[in-house]
Design a protein around this ligand. Structure first.
Ligand SMILES: C[S@@+](CC[C@H](N)C(=O)[O-])C[C@H]1O[C@@H](n2cnc3c(N)ncnc32)[C@H](O)[C@@H]1O
Length: 406
């Protein structure tokens, strides 16, 4: 027997800058019938006073509780644009049964900006500098790419222009759209390298057509960035080994990686570049390297890397939640690190370990005998001059362990 579908009592209405004028008849009727009206002050101000009691959105938990307490009466939440796109719609649908919710979306800032630019939406990439640091755009810096960037505030366009210019993408064309869809709408066009407006209206969206200067570094989309893409002090998983390691780690959407002994952060950064909906926690004891991880993460479009400073294995006890995948990038100095990491993995979790030292390799061999998994030797040699001729310079071979917890 299936449960009867719950009756919707919560209505989410997307408002554009044109306020009630842009609403469908059905959305307008729902708004007029509301007992409770919930939303950010800016949006509530667009609704003329009526009989509904108002709750100004202030903090997630408190507001969700207030909405829950009004269950049974007609509650309307007003949100901006399409509430299901970087909006409260999805938050509400996670908290309440989605079948209790009716949503009336308005066009999103993404759809409005694409319309203004004459871009097809499926070819443009949406990036939120509202939810994440604007450095996230670094993952999308390919000539010809079209980006629609949601701004955090009035200084975001200048920040984007500066970031693009610093990274060699100063020729990129930028169009800033302020308060789209309303009477205050204004468009500002320019080129990143010559951007002149330090501040615009806080409600703005930026369309960027990425164009590269000759000095721009343009990276491939697959893992294995060049070593010099990272700032590092030599403690770096080298490009070829890194590419194989990312393939072994095999990131899946939403998964959490612990990069144990993260060094300069190259594995955590590449994990997130390949898997932006995932999480990467970089664990590093050296405070200077922890700072470098932050710089690398920002430069390479993975600003959501979480950095934990501390000594392995002790610091692992302080980490909340379980990882899906653990990478140990070398330096298996403490005898119990392997066991502790294995212990923290849920069943089905994956462990990948790279070592160079034979003592560490011995630990891996014993571990593999006990728990199964595979051992692979990765031996790379790069060309180097020998007098006028060329030879191969072998790097120290890396022993890679890969295991899945039963
Ligand atoms: C939290 S997001 C909400 C997006 C919304 N759900 C939508 O569909 O547009 C807020 C960001 O959207 C952008 N935005 C929303 N409405 C806009 C408008 N009318 N004009 C320009 N930008 C807008 C701004 O970049 C703002 O910082």
């Amino acid at each position: 027997m299936t449960d009867a579908a719950p009756t919707p009592w919560l209505t989410v209405i997307g408002l554009g800058e044109d306020g009630l004028d842009g609403l469908s008849i059905a959305a307008r009727a729902a708004l007029d019938a509301a007992d409770w009206l919930v939303g950010a002050r800016r949006l509530l101000d667009k609704v003329p006073p009526g009989h509904a009691q108002r709750i100004v959105w202030a903090g997630l938990d408190g507001t969700l509780d207030a909405i829950g307490a009004a269950r049974g009466s007609r509650v309307v939440v007003v949100a901006s644009g399409n509430p299901m796109w970087f909006g409260v719609g999805a938050t509400l649908a996670r908290h309440f049964d989605p079948r209790e919710i009716l949503t009336y979306p308005a066009p999103s800032a993404f759809s409005l900006a694409c319309s203004r630019m004459g871009w097809s939406m499926q070819e443009a990439v949406a990036v939120s500098a509202h939810a994440l640091p604007l450095e996230s755009i670094a993952r999308h810096l390919y000539p010809g790419r079209r980006l629609v960037v949601l701004s955090r505030d009035g200084e975001t366009p200048a920040g984007i222009a500066a970031f693009l210019s610093e990274r060699g993408f100063g020729p990129s064309r930028m169009s800033v759209f302020e308060a789209m869809g309303g009477s205050r709408e204004r468009r500002i066009d320019g080129v990143a390298a010559n951007w002149w407006q330090p501040e615009v209206d806080p409600l703005n969206t930026v369309a960027v057509e990425v164009l590269a200067a000759p000095n721009a570094r343009i990276y491939g989309v697959t893992p294995g960035l060049p070593d010099d893409a990272f700032i590092h002090d030599g403690l770096l998983t080298k490009r070829e080994i890194r590419a194989v390691t990312l393939s072994t780690l095999a990131p899946r959407p939403g998964e959490t990686l612990w990069d144990v002994g993260a060094g300069n952060g190259s594995i955590a950064v590449e994990w997130l570049r390949a898997n932006p909906s995932g999480r990467a926690i970089a664990i590093e004891r050296d405070p200077h390297r922890a700072e470098v991880i932050r710089i690398n993460a920002n430069r390479l479009g993975a600003p959501s890397v979480e950095i934990v400073e501390g000594e392995v294995p002790e610091v692992l006890d302080t980490l909340p939640g379980d990882p899906d995948v653990i990478f140990i990038g070398g330096g298996l100095t403490s005898g119990d690190t392997l066991e502790i990491c294995w212990e923290r993995l849920p069943s089905g979790g994956r462990l990948v370990v790279n070592v160079v030292a034979l003592e560490s390799a011995a630990q891996l061999i014993a571990f593999q005998k006990r728990y199964g998994g595979t051992l692979t030797q990765l031996a790379i040699a790069r060309n180097a001059p020998v007098g006028a001729m060329t030879k191969f310079d072998p790097m120290a071979p890396v022993i890679q362990y890969a295991g899945v917890k039963a």
